[in-house]
Design a protein around this ligand. Sequence first.
Ligand SMILES: Cc1cc2nc3c(=O)[nH]c(=O)nc-3n(C[C@H](O)[C@H](O)[C@H](O)COP(=O)(O)OP(=O)(O)OC[C@H]3O[C@@H](n4cnc5c(N)ncnc54)[C@H](O)[C@@H]3O)c2cc1C
Length: 481
Amino acid sequence: MGSTNFDFDLIVIGAGYGGFDAAKHAAENGLKVGIIESREMGGTCVNRGCVPSKALLAASGKVRELANVEHLASFGIHSAPVRFERQKIANHANNLVANVRNNLTKTLERSGVSILRGLGRLEGDQKIGLREANGVDRLLTAENVILATGSDPFVPPGIEIDGRTVFTSDEAINLEWLPRWIAIIGSGYIGLEFADIYTALGCEVTMIEALDRVMPTFDPDITKIASRNLISARDIDAKSSVLASKVEPGCPVKIQLSDMQTREIVENLEVDAVLVATGRIPNSKGLNLESMKVETARGFIPIDDSMRVLVKGKPLDHLWAVGDVTGKLMLAHTAAAQGTIAIDNILGNNRQIDYRSIPAATFTHPEISSVGLSEEEAKEFSKKDGYELGVVRSYFKANSKALAELESDGLMKLLFRKDTGVILGAHIYGLHAADLIQEVANALARKQSVADLAIEVHTHPTLSEVVEVAYKQAAQQLKSS
Ligand SMILES: Cc1cc2nc3c(=O)[nH]c(=O)nc-3n(C[C@H](O)[C@H](O)[C@H](O)COP(=O)(O)OP(=O)(O)OC[C@H]3O[C@@H](n4cnc5c(N)ncnc54)[C@H](O)[C@@H]3O)c2cc1C
């Protein structure tokens, strides 16, 4: 490291969470680091993802709470009709974005990272081309290169985006206006979070899902209870097994819905706006991956568990990739974890990632979270590896804290091995599910047995006792099996 033959010890392309954590960790360990960014520092999460969406969810969540007259009346509280200012809610999100972006940029500068503005690309082994905004093209060299170029919203064919009446989450986070009636295409976590925001702020929502049930990526039992509260109980009309085959922007927006199987047109809708939340595609075009003979899989860069880029299954020596562009669990904390692991390996400390212990959360009101295997996957593994699968359910309605909050609709499902007690997965719907999952994720990462976890004391009264009850039930099954 620190060789004078190179301009940098490390160049990172992309300053999202993956690139940021990699660059910071590398600089703190004495490497000479350059980070290339073509747009705003902080990438999707800071500018168009986690940060602004959580600010909108926080504000709209308060509106929902104050507008829920019946719920408040159960406490003996009678509030005045709620008023809110859309622009001020939008400003709250924008200000938070500016703050977080500023802090992140200063952190990198303080760590001694050189921030290079422009579009980066590979120019062969240990060589990077940098196209600056003024058109100047520079060739840089680096001992190691990390690709952290993230992802962009996926827009299916037939859907035309104008950014005003038909848009993706990139525009939705600006909350420029509140459509009276909005169709949300896709019922994954982004669609659900925006449905939560829009309905809290008084919009009517039609949710369009191509697969045969809404929330197709969630545990079926969690979906049953969550969709009752997050969809059926709200001003949302959910349609599944239908494809939004054509969407034309305008006033109104025209949507053509086709049957998913037969592709026959089944309905035409006219709405005020459409949010397209149909997943994300990797940002790998234009990286000149061919110069290193890297072949992508649907645009995703193949890597091993040390974050080394693979060519025909074999790891390259100096080329690494992290974050959404690798197509693993496409979340900010995954990108950050991958970034630090790549650096540890560059520094010679052999480290590998364990994707199974990375939790995921949907920040609806209430929240949904999960870690590890789905029940279906766990069943397959248990058959293949020859052990019995344990499944226990713990309910929020038996939890004093949830009852005190009058928010006792919730469920935790825990999947574990009946021979060793090791946790395989967990799925939670209920108040603060996003915080609750962390305890299970840590236990899963440490491969702890439910027998040991069941004797750990949890604070009373807290929601964490939902997890404690699940551990205790699971430990009981170990004893009786
Ligand atoms: C609405 C929404 C809500 C989300 N909420 C959450 C959440 O609550 N929790 C969570 O964990 N995740 C959330 N995510 C996902 C999260 O934002 C991503 O997983 C995360 O941003 C991925 O980080 P990354 O570093 O891989 O890529 P990105 O954040 O996409 O950053 C990549 C960067 O690379 C730059 N770049 C690309 N190509 C080049 C090039 N050739 N040269 C120079 N620069 C380049 C891009 O401009 C970008 O800044 C959300 C996403 C969305 C859209």
